[in-house]
Every structure is written in structure tokens, then in C-alpha cells.
Design a protein around this ligand. Structure first.
Ligand code: SF4
Ligand code: SF4
Ligand code: FES
Length: 233
């Protein structure tokens, strides 16, 4: 089966963006957008659908198995991981675009540094040994599955880079840390949680079904709010 991979390209933040389409012949039903991008780029004489010679498509990947978040992009209009988006899910044309909430670097590569800056602002690190109670192990494990891909931020109506609201990309690690420190030690992180997550989240749950790591946003929200805002154990 032949797919048309329609890529939104942009040389840098100051250049004009344009769509360029490539033909890709699927090798099997397991082929993903990541497979297509890799194989398209492997061609020595890369040409688009009109036969124009062109440069390889810039995109990021590392694990190719949904573990690192590097390959997050908009596929078919929704934020997805390229290594998890099977081509058979789409029609003849598969539209591939960079995440729009972050500054463009080149083609499908965006600068998601703000995710890590926000985690630093929230002071999400342990200053002494973990004090994880037995009853919080399951919650901490689920919370730690966030891969910082940024897909939840892409669909969030309240998140924008450099804003005071940090979105659900911060909820996993915040919940994990709140679970690991004693209620007495939570005051500072609870204040930051209130300012940067609780106050800004409209609880619309647009981000609920988007997480490629399968984080249960409802559960993490309920638990982090109960620990940070209502000061429960
Ligand atoms: S619940 Fe709504 S406002 Fe809150 S992080 Fe998710 S999408 Fe954004
Ligand atoms: S919560 Fe899910 S969608 Fe959001 S950054 Fe973490 S892994 Fe990605
Ligand atoms: S390459 Fe790591 S999640 Fe896709």
C-alpha cells in the first residue's frame, strides 16, 4: 500500500513553512510514521512527490518504542508519538506537522526546553532519601510513567510556553514527589503546585485521552490535589 506522507517543513523559525509530500510504500501493517520518516530519509537521491530533489526531513527520535517522548509531533491533526502511530490508522494521506505550542527548530523538531525549565521551577527533586509509604507505591509508579513528550500541552487550552500554568506534563513528576515526601515536607512544593498547576487548570480534561504513556490524568490530579491542596496523607 502506498501512502502520501505530507510533511510541514520549515528551515528555521524565521523561514516560511510549507507542505511537502513524499510517497511511501508500506512494508507491512506494523509500519509507523517513524518507519516512514526513517526510510524516506534513507534514500540517497531524495525526491518529493513531484520529483523535486530535497533535503532529508529533520525529526527527532531515540528509543523508537514509546519510551523517550522525542518523536512527539502532530499526526493527522493530533499530537502523537511517531513511533506509535501506525500508518494503517490513516487514510491515503498522512499529515505530519511539528507540535505547535513550542518554538520551531527545523521541520518536525521543536524546542521543548520549557518542559524541563518548568520542572526546575517546581523544584521536583528529592533532597534526602525517599520516604515512599507502601500504600503510595502503585500511585508513584503510575506517576513516574510520564515521558515528557508534551502531547498533553499541545491540546491544553490553558498552556502556553512561558505562562505561569505548567500543564499536565508536570503532574506526573509532581505527584510522584508528593508521594515520596512526608506531609510535613510538602509546604514549598504544595505552594508551587497551587500556583503553577492547580490555579491554572480549568479541569476541562482535554488532555485526558491524549497521553501516549497512558497516564491516568484524573487519578493523578485527584491525588496531587488531595496531597498538596487539602493536605491529606
Ligand atoms: S484538564 Fe484542561 S486545563 Fe487542565 S491540563 Fe488538562 S487540558 Fe489543560
Ligand atoms: S502526561 Fe503524558 S502526554 Fe503529558 S508529557 Fe507526560 S507522557 Fe506526555
Ligand atoms: S522515539 Fe522514543 S518515544 Fe518515539
Amino acid at each position: 500500500m502506498i501512502k502520501k506522507i505530507m510533511v510541514l517543513r520549515q528551515k528555521d523559525k524565521d523561514s516560511e513553512a510549507y507542505y511537502q509530500t513524499f510517497l511511501y510504500e508500506m512494508k507491512g501493517d506494523a509500519d509507523t510514521v517513524a518507519t516512514a520518516l526513517r526510510r524516506i530519509n534513507m534514500q540517497d537521491d531524495l525526491r518529493d512527490i513531484d520529483g523535486n530533489p530535497t533535503e532529508p526531513i529533520k525529526w527527532e527520535c531515540s528509543c523508537l518504542q514509546k519510551k523517550c517522548g522525542a518523536c512527539a509531533m502532530r499526526i493527522g491533526g493530533r499530537p502523537r508519538l511517531a513511533c506509535d502511530a501506525k500508518l494503517i490508522e490513516f487514510g491515503d494521506v498522512v499529515k505530519v506537522e511539528p507540535l505547535k505550542k513550542f518554538p520551531i527548530v527545523h521541520d518536525l523538531v521543536v524546542n521543548r526546553e520549557i518542559l524541563y525549565e518548568n520542572l526546575k521551577t517546581l523544584k521536583l527533586w528529592l533532597e534526602k532519601d525517599s520516604n515512599l509509604p507502601e500504600k503510595k507505591i502503585a500511585l508513584a509508579f503510575k506517576a513516574s510513567k510520564c515521558i515528557q513528550c508534551g502531547c498533553c500541552l499541545e491540546v491544553c487550552p490553558n498552556f502556553y510556553p512561558k505562562g505561569t500554568f505548567f500543564g499536565m506534563a508536570a503532574i506526573g513528576i509532581t505527584t510522584r514527589l508528593l508521594s515520596e515526601i512526608s506531609p510535613k515536607e510538602r509546604a514549598e512544593i504544595a505552594k508551587l503546585f497551587d500556583e503553577h498547576i492547580y490555579a491554572g487548570c480549568g479541569k476541562s480534561l482535554a488532555c485526558r485521552k491524549i497521553c501516549p504513556a497512558g497516564l491516568d490524568i484524573d487519578e493523578l490530579l485527584v491525588n496531587s490535589i488531595s496531597m498538596a491542596i487539602w493536605k491529606m496523607k
